[in-house]
Design a protein around this ligand. Structure first.
Ligand code: HEM
Length: 328
């Protein structure tokens, strides 16, 4: 722990220094310093309790921040409930497998008790994502805060902005990452987030049973891994969960890159990162005996801050929701 804290401290200094100039206006580290000085401690304490009781929530909560940010920016819109006749982002197919909304409500309730109407739901998502990574033995980083909450949440926006697992990495890069200001390095680094959590069989079953209409398995999947996956996932299975980083799916580390390097990534979006020389090089370096966790941790922290700064609402824009599921 002390090594990670020291590492986190040094990383924070470097990041703070380099980000002071690059944070969007209105977003800064320690935004709640005067208005809600304990905000980050409250989030950390609550998340420590929750993850120690339900460690499987770490993955979905990290994923939730990504699903928030990629759809019209990090504005907490993923948290809004549908209203009559207007299905919200929550109802889109990629979001049906998200979990952890109750956790966000619980953290928000604690913050409302301490400082009513001050801390945005969008910031809570960013802080919770940072904390679940740290609590699963990953890096710690300073999160620029000051995001405000949006009022629009539309189901089709999520479908149109979230990359699907069956597209290849190049298509996802040009269609989804680059237009949002993220590059190939951010892509290979952020997909390292698949070191945590699980996937439903249905998210990759076509690679096992009917790849590109061939009625065969995807030939790029490790041929020894296919029968193991088939034994877990029968055709049509919509409920079984499979670890994405088997052996350490509750620990944030470099081992997911070893699975990609061996043809054992569950998704085409991840496996095809091996086709591009740059992303392949990154994966192979991290897939070495011990990987380069210090490099991956620093890169992940930097890319998370970059992703978390996308299209944020600040200043007088948006609002601070009282309850994360409803606009005020
Ligand atoms: C090309 C981009 C991406 C694609 C196509 C993708 C796709 C997926 C899919 C299909 C799942 C499994 C969902 C299920 O069946 O339950 C998943 C899970 C997950 N994703 Fe991604 N993802 C991408 C990027 C990211 C990013 C940028 C992050 C965070 C930095 C992330 C974090 C996670 C986590 C932690 C899980 C596990 C969730 C759980 O345990 O329930 N993903 N992703």
């Amino acid at each position: 722990m002390s090594y990670r804290l020291l590492f986190g401290f040094v990383l924070s200094l470097v990041l703070q220094f380099s980000l002071v100039l690059s944070n969007p206006p209105g977003l800064n580290i320690g935004f709640y310093q005067y208005t809600c000085p304990k905000a980050e401690v409250i989030v950390r304490d609550e998340m420590t309790k929750i993850i120690s009781r339900v460690p499987s929530l770490a993955g979905p909560l990290l994923r939730m921040h990504f699903h928030d940010c990629f759809v019209n920016g990090c504005d907490g819109s993923i948290l809004l409930d549908s209203t009559p006749g207007s299905p919200s982002e929550k109802e889109s197919i990629p979001n049906l497998s998200l979990r952890g909304f109750g956790t966000i409500d619980r953290v928000k309730a604690k913050l409302e008790q301490a400082c009513p109407g001050v801390v945005s739901c969008a910031d809570i998502l960013a802080l919770v994502a940072r904390d679940v990574v740290f609590l699963t033995k990953g890096p710690h980083w300073e999160v620029p805060t000051g995001r405000r909450d949006g009022t629009r949440s539309v189901k089709d926006d999520a479908v149109n902005n979230l990359p699907p697992p069956f597209f290849d990495a190049t298509r996802n890069l040009y269609q989804f990452f680059i237009p949002k200001g993220l590059d190939a390095k951010d892509q290979v680094v952020l997909l390292g987030g698949h070191t945590l959590g699980t996937s439903h069989c249905s998210s990759f079953a076509s690679r096992l049973y009917n790849f590109s209409g061939t009625m065969m398995a995807d030939p790029t999947l490790d041929k020894y891994y296919v029968p193991r996956l088939k034994s877990k996932c029968q055709p049509g299975d919509k409920t079984t969960l499979v670890e994405m980083d088997p052996g350490s799916f509750r620990t944030f580390d470099t081992s997911y890159y070893r699975h990609i390097a061996r043809g054992r990534a569950l998704f085409t979006s991840d496996e095809t990162l091996m086709l591009d020389p740059f992303t392949r090089g990154y994966i192979l370096r991290q897939a070495g005996v011990a990987g380069y966790p210090a490099e991956f941790f620093a890169d992940f922290a930097a890319s998370m801050v970059k992703m978390g700064n996308m299209q944020v609402l600040t200043g007088a824009q948006g609002e601070i929701r009282k309850h994360c599921a409803f606009v005020n």
